[in-house]
Ligand binder design. Sequence first.
Ligand SMILES: Cc1cc2nc3c(=O)[nH]c(=O)nc-3n(C[C@H](O)[C@H](O)[C@H](O)COP(=O)(O)OP(=O)(O)OC[C@H]3O[C@@H](n4cnc5c(N)ncnc54)[C@H](O)[C@@H]3O)c2cc1C
Length: 165
Amino acid sequence: MAGEIAGTPLIKLGLNRGRAVIDHIANVDFAILPPSEDRQGNWFDVLIVGAGSAGLGAADRCQQLGINYVVIDAQRPAQLIRNMTKGKPLLMEPPNEENQTRLFCEECSKEQLLEQWEKQIVELGIEPHIQCFETVTVCPMDVLSFDNNRNNTLFHKLTVNGQSL
Ligand SMILES: Cc1cc2nc3c(=O)[nH]c(=O)nc-3n(C[C@H](O)[C@H](O)[C@H](O)COP(=O)(O)OP(=O)(O)OC[C@H]3O[C@@H](n4cnc5c(N)ncnc54)[C@H](O)[C@@H]3O)c2cc1C
């Protein structure tokens, strides 16, 4: 876990901790997994829940490392920041920590940050990996069901270490 949910409630910390989670997964878990190209079908090595700063930091790292990933969001990327009041100035604390991701992280208004992130999500190749769903439920039969309430329900079977989740 990374970001608000893990008790690090700042944008820069979310970005950096999201990245760190992927580095941990890449170093520990993927050491015992076959390379992605050996697998077939709807395989995702990593499922990122929430496209906030932590999720985007994680997605950026997956992208860099060539990890097969999907990001799901119940609403839209960076929904918390979108919901802030118009013109909200964003501080980038703590000053003694560098942003380790490629995502923009400088003091600015919320609109400026969102504009930069929207551009970067496309430029960095993250955009096709993001799917927005209204509901996400774990069903019987070890299948994770995504229902976006617009298209058909999609089913992705998740497997880790050769075993279905
Ligand atoms: C009013 C306010 C002002 C702030 N000002 C600053 C500031 O100036 N500087 C700063 O560094 N930080 C600030 N913060 C804190 C900062 O916004 C958060 O720490 C940061 O956005 C947390 O990132 P996150 O990725 O953990 O979570 P979030 O940004 O909350 O992202 C979570 C994402 O997950 C999605 N989601 C939620 N539930 C589900 C679900 N069940 N399934 C799928 N997706 C889901 C949401 O739609 C959202 O897009 C402020 C916060 C608030 C509320």
